[in-house]
Design a binder for this molecule. Structure first.
Ligand code: G4P
Length: 571
């Protein structure tokens, strides 16, 4: 559970003594011991935390798996609790669903629970492809990822896109092949498909014994144990047995001669074909361990969670424009990766999700909002325990806290203890659909302007200002966003607008050292030049061919497909 008030043992309190840590600097030299204990305790808190995201193509089983993980952590008691956090794929104009999604996903955006000696923070990512941008941003706040793949469908479109972002960021990925209780692709074929389409080496750590009607269980290659399958929709399986000698006759007795022979042969093949699992290769994002199971039957999930706790990375540092910040740095710092509007349109306040990178965050303490050069304190920072929100006194690197915000935050904002650095790496990706925003009620221009800017701060879409005439071009990754914007502008800001399709293929951020070339490019392409929210220069290319031509004609200009230019050079 996320810590409500962190208790640390004070040095002078004896073995049973406890005191609330205030976070105040030590008053006198006799407090030095306390100070030391405080930083030791910070280290312990950091080492405990595992912050990750579950991603998948819709319907592969992300929600079901999340729910089963929460069951293990005792964070929820029954299946079905997380289920509603989905937009029905067909009902794009059912705004009740959008509203419901916004409401529920505040509660389920971060789900924290304790398992064994770890505090697990799961960051939810929307499965709907129109919200992919939101998922990409959430991926900047996690330290690793579990990717769910449907055994019958294999690698799907959305899986590939999400994996591209993980590869770019070198995020460690674990793959969970789901729905083994149904017939699907042959396991070795699936591993080849993963390697080929996701461009990552894989290494199975569990292995299925049959599938569909013949599914008998999984063999845990990592710690050599056998878990036999019995459909079990709610409970937690407790009959995993160690089994390090696959040659033993007991295996034939347990799963039958044929399945036993097959398993022996396949395990031999795995050991022959794949290199032994190397945790370093996983942590550097070069190898993805693979697990097999059936989320809905809660099968193979415990193996996943146990090994995840053992191998996954603890909170990592992040790059800033003035060097890297590590979790062990004493001073607090963090960044906002997500903003949620309040469900009630009468109350404009929003929740900003802050990922803590270094130091310790404390309630009611003034911090520096770097972009606004403003000191802010937060009386009610919240943490998220599955469906519940609770006010916290402190939080540590890896944690995500919700900050009530009346319009101070934008996605990507940095909060710290008074230094002048900004975190990098909250990229905007080129949108795929572009529309020009037209005001339908000139009397409400101000409201429209305010509304559109606030929605952009929340990351609902991207706004480009195109010259001449300061036209507002809104870019998104999905059609659904335009309906959301339209609806919210009208209901929350009283403004009316319409969207006129613009036929652009990509928005590319342009950089160069060659001022002359840039000048002639801007003159030649005047009708296709725009600026983004930070006044960066953007080229709105109408077709892939025109983009290619621009690249050829202006060789000293670089056309970036994400706004975080550094990222592109990582992969
Ligand atoms: P998503 O979040 O990735 O979109 O997927 P979700 O968990 O909602 O799962 C999609 C469907 O797949 C659900 O069925 C779910 O019950 C089913 N499912 C998940 N894991 C397994 C599994 O291991 N085996 C099988 N056979 N099915 C699985 P649904 O019919 O869409 O919803 P529901 O009526 O079951 O709730």
């Amino acid at each position: 559970m996320v810590v409500v008030a962190q208790l640390v043992r004070a040095p002078d309190c004896g073995s049973g003594g406890r005191r609330f840590e205030t976070g105040l600097p030590p008053k006198a030299s006799s407090d030095r011991g306390f100070f030391l204990i405080r930083s030791l305790s910070n280290e312990k808190e950091i080492a405990k935390r595992r912050t990750f995201g579950i991603i998948s193509h819709p319907d592969a089983g992300k929600t079901t798996l999340t729910e089963k993980l929460l069951l293990f952590g005792g964070a929820i008691q029954t299946a079905g609790a997380v289920k509603n956090n989905k937009i029905k794929k067909s009902a794009t104009s059912d705004f009740m669903d959008i509203e419901k999604q916004r409401g529920i996903s505040v509660a389920t955006s971060v789900m924290a629970f304790n398992y064994r000696d770890k505090q697990i923070n799961i960051l939810d990512t929307p499965g709907h492809k129109d919200f992919a941008e939101d998922t990409f941003r959430t991926l900047t706040a996690v330290d690793s990822v579990i990717l769910v793949v449907d055994v019958a469908n294999g690698v799907e479109e959305q899986t590939e896109k999400l994996m591209e972002v993980c590869r770019m960021r070198k995020t460690p990925v674990i793959i969970f092949i789901n729905k083994l209780d149904r017939d699907g692709k042959e396991s070795f074929d699936l591993l080849d498909e993963l390697e080929e389409k996701l461009q990552i080496h894989v290494r199975p750590l569990t292995w299925p014994i049959g599938m569909g009607d013949r599914f008998k269980g999984v063999y845990n290659l990592y710690n050599k144990s056998l878990n036999l399958f019995s459909p079990n929709k709610t409970g937690i399986s407790d009959d995993i047995q160690s089994f390090d000698d696959l040659g033993s006759d007991q295996l034939d007795e347990l799963i039958g001669d044929e399945a036993a022979a097959e398993l022996r042969e396949e395990v031999e093949m795995i050991e022959g074909v794949y290199d032994p699992f190397d945790q370093e290769e996983y942590l550097s994002g070069d190898v993805a361990p693979v697990f097999f199971g059936s989320a809905v039957n809660n099968f193979g999930v415990q193996e996943l969670l146990d090994i995840f706790c053992e191998i996954s990375p603890q909170p990592k540092g992040r790059d800033t424009d003035k060097g890297r910040k590590e979790p062990s740095d004493k001073k607090f710092s963090g960044f906002v990766f997500k903003i949620h509007a309040n469900l009630d349109p009468k109350h404009r306040d929003r929740i900003a999700f802050l990922r803590i990178v270094s130091g310790k965050f404390e309630r009611n303490t003034f911090y520096n909002h770097v972009r606004l050069e403003k000191r802010l304190k937060f009386p009610n920072p919240t943490s998220f325990m599955a469906q519940d929100k609770s006010v916290i006194d402190e939080a540590f690197p890896g944690d995500v806290v919700g900050l009530y915000d009346s319009g101070n935050f934008k996605i990507g904002d940095t909060l710290n203890e008074g230094d002048d650095f900004t975190f990098k790496g909250i990229p905007s990706f080129s949108p795929e659909i572009f529309m020009e925003l037209e005001n339908m009620d000139p009397m409400k221009s101000k409201q429209l302007d305010k509304g559109i800017h606030q929605l952009m701060d929340e990351g609902v879409a991207q706004l480009f200002i195109q010259q001449p005439g300061s036209r507002k071009i809104v870019g998104t990754v999905g059609q659904l966003q335009f309906e959301v914007i339209n609806y919210r502008l009208e209901h929350e800001y009283g403004a009316k607008c319409r969207f006129v399709p613009r036929n652009f293929f990509k928005a590319c951020w342009v950089t160069t050292d060659n001022e002359e070339q840039l000048k002639s490019f801007k003159t030649a392409k005047a009708n296709y030049i725009a600026t983004d929210k930070d006044d960066n220069l953007v080229f709105l290319a109408e077709t892939p061919f025109l983009l290619q031509m621009a690249e050829q004609d202006y060789p000293d200009l670089t056309f970036h497909k994400t706004s975080e230019f550094k990222l592109e050079t990582v992969s």
